[in-house]
Ligand binder design. Sequence first.
Ligand SMILES: *[C@@H]1O[C@H](CO)[C@@H](O)[C@H](O)[C@H]1NC(C)=O
Ligand SMILES: *[C@@H]1O[C@H](CO)[C@@H](O)[C@H](O)[C@H]1NC(C)=O
Ligand SMILES: *[C@@H]1O[C@H](CO)[C@@H](O)[C@H](O)[C@H]1NC(C)=O
Length: 376
Amino acid sequence: MHFAFKIHHHPCFCSPIIMARGRTLLFSVLIFVAFTQIRTLVVVAGEPQVPCYFIFGDSMVDSGNNNGLVTAAKANYPPYGIDFPQGVTGRFTNGRTIADIIGQFLGFVNYIPPYATVTNQEISTGVNYGSGTAGIRDETGSQLGDRVSYDKQLLNHAKIISRLSLLQHNVTFTQEYLKKCVYISVIGNNDYINNYLMPDNYPTSRIYTIDQYASVLAKQYSKQLTTLYKLGARKIAVFSLGLIGCTPFEIAQFGTDGRPCVESINDAVSRLNNRLKPLVDDLNNDFSDARFTFINLTSISTPPEGVTLPTQPCCQLRADGQCVPNSIPCPNRNLTIFYDGFHTTEIANTAFATRSYTALSPMDASPYDISHLAQL
Ligand SMILES: *[C@@H]1O[C@H](CO)[C@@H](O)[C@H](O)[C@H]1NC(C)=O
Ligand SMILES: *[C@@H]1O[C@H](CO)[C@@H](O)[C@H](O)[C@H]1NC(C)=O
Ligand SMILES: *[C@@H]1O[C@H](CO)[C@@H](O)[C@H](O)[C@H]1NC(C)=O
């Protein structure tokens, strides 16, 4: 085994995390974020900037695809959804996900429906394929039960395209239409949390060094993104993994040795993150009409110098890091980064979505942030 950790039962992941060094300026940071969001929303009110928006990924974006699956990794019970207008939906947070908020920035009035329940009337504005515990690798997350792996999400997308072609009665039209959509891809977290870091359940840490594993994942992800391109996608935002070593669950599991986070986990994850920007550049070079862009959640979730953020989860945690069903969550959810042991609150998701959409630093998104991607 090349990795020094042993982790048990991590249900689903979520991700971008904020360095934890205290709690002083959290309030003003979040207020700033909320204002930025409101301003942006006003600007985009009206027609959506693109006709369609497709979402691929894990529990960071899942909006109910796991509800009907046999798995421990589902969030279709209170207190999940406590701040969401429709209440419990299967979202792994108190309110909106990062995908929901980006959709609002793009001007979509309704949330993009989950693949599991989407109707033909709804597919032309896009579909959400995200699934908790899903990974780049097919076996990832299997110790908790069923999930829709990234490969399976791509197969589901092919099925949706067939349905859309039938509805639109014109294959050329459908092909042109799909090129105009925005696609986001948020995957890879579970290939660590629910695979490599669980040597009792998966052999990957015995087969690969940390660096080899990152390389194998990057190769597979590159093929998958090529498939997405071949299915007609052109405007594709590829999200980095989050700082998994900063999640309350991992911190409780391993301790941090006086540091804010479990540095060895963040280091392992950064091996893959560092490969994603070159991967995006290669895809843009290989396909001249492709517009892939890299969204850097490390940059986006690291607070300004001197600002320290709390890592206490808001809800009462089950042994597996999800919320205890029907438990009463913390009242100050706008001042909390983590909702459960892995997943961020709506306010944190708002901060991540805001900077993905409109980059604050050139490091946040390259070559384009999502607002520019939409306009290309
Ligand atoms: C099919 O769509 C293309 C592209 O929008 C259009 O140019 C063409 O006229 C359409 N064909 C038919 C038969 O409507
Ligand atoms: C992502 O952001 C981090 C933190 O700002 C930075 O160290 C890293 O170089 C960035 N990665 C890329 C590919 O820009
Ligand atoms: C919390 O933030 C949301 C925006 O994410 C806002 O709509 C809500 O009013 C805020 N709640 C409080 C109590 O400040």
